[in-house]
Design a protein around this ligand. Structure first.
Ligand code: SAM
Length: 486
């Protein structure tokens, strides 16, 4: 579009029709065919907007007034929703969030993957029960009319679902504050409660702030690179109740460390582990290289299904344990294991899926690029007495072809890649291995669609797609996909 053809101008006001939701949860609006991204607007609405930025193909608008309101609009529950940025969809009803997440997956499958999606939704209506009733063996998968994309499996109670808080600390006149960064800046705004966090995490952070204020602890200042406390990280085991506090400090020495420990133990008896992580770098990365236990256990423990996991200060663990069980339950169901299969779990992290599947398979081989994650995976296998798993460290696209060259065959391959999706070399290797089933766990619908196209062209049929809501009120969409050899 030439500049002269752009039908909107900066600082002018327009009525926009909202036709979709963008990657950041903003409304996607149209003004005379021109696209404006308008935070806070919802599909189906007409809004009055002021244009704040114009580019060649699109622009950005500020929401001034909702002229025609969507039936799905609700009042956000959280008082700081518009300032915080941690959630993007609280102004959309939960039912509508689930519908939107399913539709996003469908749009990507059709547009990027050039895949045909069935009109049918499978057997269920959109589920907020977390129930697993829409099994592919229960009927409507692999219809001739296309892939069945089931209604998103949501949470019965989509609040207080996170087991980990990472709170940046700052200072105001009254002392230590902790919460979130004001939008567009690194100024820290104090926060008492985060409605997607476990209540325990709010309580721990509040009490740590109290103790810090009492002891006169300084907060880290990014600009001057001075001050001590950078972040407070809290992890809670939903099943066990065990809680870990990690104090991330700009320096080795914590003055009055014994008072710190005594204060935390007295105020928070459920804390079983107090850890210090030292980060002296000028960086946005939360953790530094050095970690030591100040008091108590090195790990807290939690369960996914009947598998027990040891969680250290630095180890990765899914943040929504309730929905993780739903997600992995689907992966297990789609893997359709009888106990005799060899399974490969590519991108296995700390081995969560591998261990979840191992009790139902003959052998599971996990591969992951981060050596520390594999050390956790090995430890967790031992913790559970699971002996039919082994783990390889390295890039899946290198390790799996090497396994294959050494004669390994898999009946089922599970992939759970990062947002960029599977490496093409890995897909080629899986295709030549010809497993009976491939189960794809995806956190990015667009790279998923790209990869499914390659699997389809390589001889696999996508049977069904199950979106699972791991992160209510945010724009993140997770899905589990079953592919079978044609
Ligand atoms: C979405 S996570 C999945 C983790 C695990 N399956 C789980 O559910 O906790 C993706 C994992 O892939 C790992 N990873 C990234 N690139 C990789 C590669 N080329 N080969 C193997 N693992 C990789 C990351 O370190 C991360 O642990």
């Amino acid at each position: 579009m030439n500049r002269s053809e752009i039908p909107v101008a900066k600082n002018k006001e327009y009525i926009a029709e909202i036709v979709g939701i963008g990657h950041e949860g903003e409304g996607v609006g149209r003004v005379n065919g021109f696209t404006l991204f308008i935070p806070g607007a919802l599909p189906g609405e007409k809004v009055l907007t002021k244009v704040v930025k114009v580019k060649k193909q699109y622009g950005y608008g500020k929401l001034l007034e909702v002229v025609e309101q969507s039936a799905d609009r609700i009042d956000p529950l959280c008082g700081i929703y518009s300032k915080c940025g941690g959630c993007q969809l609280q102004h959309l009803s939960y039912e509508a969030q689930l519908r939107w997440k399913r539709q996003l997956v469908i749009d990507n499958l059709e547009r990027i993957g050039k895949l045909k999606v069935a009109d049918s939704e499978g057997n269920d209506e959109a589920s907020t029960e977390g129930k697993q009733t829409n099994s592919p063996s229960a009927g409507e998968k692999q219809t001739n009319s296309g892939i069945v994309v089931y209604p998103t499996l949501g949470m019965k109670d989509p609040w207080r679902y996170r087991n980990k808080a990472q709170v940046p600390m700052g200072e105001e006149q009254g002392g230590l504050v902790g919460g979130f960064y004001a939008q567009g800046s690194h100024r820290i705004i104090d926060m008492d409660t985060c409605l997607i966090q476990h209540e325990r995490n709010d309580d721990v952070v509040a009490k740590i702030k109290d103790i810090g204020r009492r002891l006169g602890v300084s907060a880290y200042n990014e600009e001057t690179h001075t001050g001590l406390l950078r972040h407070v990280v809290v992890k809670v085991g939903f099943r066990t109740g065990e809680t870990m506090v990690v104090l991330v400090t700009n320096g080795d020495k914590i003055p009055q460390v014994d008072e710190w420990i005594a204060g935390i133990r007295q105020a928070l008896p459920e804390v079983v582990s107090i850890v210090q992580n030292v980060n002296r770098e000028r960086t946005n990365v939360i953790f530094g290289g050095k970690t030591r236990v100040l008091w108590g256990q090195e790990y807290i423990y939690d369960y996914i299904g009947d598998v027990k996991f040891a969680i250290s200060a630095r180890s990765f663990y899914q943040v929504n344990p309730v929905q993780t069980e739903v997600l992995y339950g689907k992966a297990l169901e789609y893997a359709d294991l009888s106990g005799d299969e060899v399974v490969i779990d590519a991108y296995c992290g700390i081995g969560t899926i591998s261990l979840f599947l191992a009790r139902h398979a003959r052998k599971v081989h996990g591969v992951e690029i981060v050596p520390e994650a594999i050390a956790d995976a090995v430890r967790n296998a031992e913790l559970n007495g699971i002996t039919n798993v082994d783990f390889g460290v390295g890039a899946a696209e290198v390790v799996i072809p090497a396994w294959q060259n050494a004669g390994m065959q898999a009946d089922v391959v599970v992939v759970d890649p990062p947002r960029k999706g599977c490496d093409a070399a890995l897909i080629a290797s899986i295709l030549s291995m010809r497993p009976r089933r491939i189960v794809y766990v995806s956190c990015n619908a667009s790279t998923l669609a790209r990869d499914l196209r390659l699997f389809e062209d390589g001889g696999y049929r996508t049977e069904c797609v199950q979106p699972v809501d791991m992160f209510p009120h945010t724009v993140h969409v997770e899905s589990v996909i079953l592919m079978v050899r044609k």
